[in-house]
Ligand binder design. Sequence first.
Ligand SMILES: *Cc1c(COP(=O)(O)O)cnc(C)c1O
Ligand SMILES: [Zn+2]
Length: 409
Amino acid sequence: MSYVKGLKCRECAREYPKEPLYVCEYCFGPLEVNYDYERIKKKLTRQLIESRPKNLWRYRELLPIDGEATDGLNSGFTPLVRAKNLEKVLGVKKLYIKDDSVNHPTLSFKDRVVAVALSKAKEFGFHTVACASTGNLANSVAAQAAVANLKRYIFIPADLEMGKVVGTLIYHPVLIAVDGNYDQVNRLCSEIATRYKWAFVNINIRPYYAEGSKTYGYEIAEQLGWQTPKHIIVPCAGGSLITKILKGLKEFQKLGLIDRVNSKIYAAQATGCAPIVTAVKENSEIIKPVKPNTIAKSLAIGNPADGIYAVDTVKKTAGWAEDVSDEEIVEAIKLLAETEGIFTETAGGVTLGVTKKLIEQGRIPKDESIVVCITGNGLKTQEAIIAKIGKPIKIKPSISSFEENVKNK
Ligand SMILES: *Cc1c(COP(=O)(O)O)cnc(C)c1O
Ligand SMILES: [Zn+2]
């Protein structure tokens, strides 16, 4: 049974049917899924959610499919870790890591959006799925489409990390490495999407796909005991996740599942690609596209599709935005590993680096609850840190060599 009324333009509120549409034909605004919250409110309770399997479909009434979920049945419900060691280092009272570096099956938050996108693509009758990706989306579409027996075409910028390329090829998609940056890949894919009857998860079925990100926000609230934290720091690429975390929390509030949301939401980007952060700092209504140059390739979108909504999310919640250099990203990756035993990718380094900066600036008070969004896994971006973590000590297989080189050194 479906609780989806249809699609609705974010700008002019014009309504559209449940179809693979993504842009308003009158004002070119993006379309968004519109739910029947009255009916959802009658059905969805904390108890019902808690009684369900620990995956992202436990919130299924708030996800845009009509039938049964068919994909990502083990995705989501990742750990929310209380980070005691990190609290000491940063001098704060209550800090949590929402850890999607261990999401199933491809170790990033993209497993959430792809689970929803593929379930929806099948309802629409597509046999081929595709995406334009900065890496993690490629991994997840390739893996989940393999399970779903869908044909898969994946487009990436040619300079991606080896871990992201291998972590895509292994699922045997058609992988196309485009000689250009993500924004060029995305433009090409938009053209291809108009010509071929494929479900481009982040283009023509983007309104449905993007709803999957809400589950990251739902889980933060549920795992905190149906409460919201005072501060949430979110990494931004296209600006969708940050927007949907707030949407998810507001929906929970509207349904009476949590009290009034008063979380401040912060956007985190790398200095080498910070169009959203720049717009927040300059209090600008428009996003100035940039040419990305950073080790945080998963966040390297110079012209973010949901950039203005990301800025709006920060403003509405009285949050802020900050960026960090590539060196600060590496330092933050190491800090998270050494304190909490979590190996995150460059995007996670951005988020923690920005969190540290905001605390040092006094923007985030030390005695209020903080959730840091860790969205991807460090094994995929080893190039970024390999030269900066030391080397193993080489010894001969003898006790004397051990003592000479390790114990008595
Ligand atoms: C895609 C991605 C993001 C940001 O996603 P948007 O919704 O495009 O802003 C954050 N972290 C990681 C690891 C990602 O792969
Ligand atoms: Zn419109």
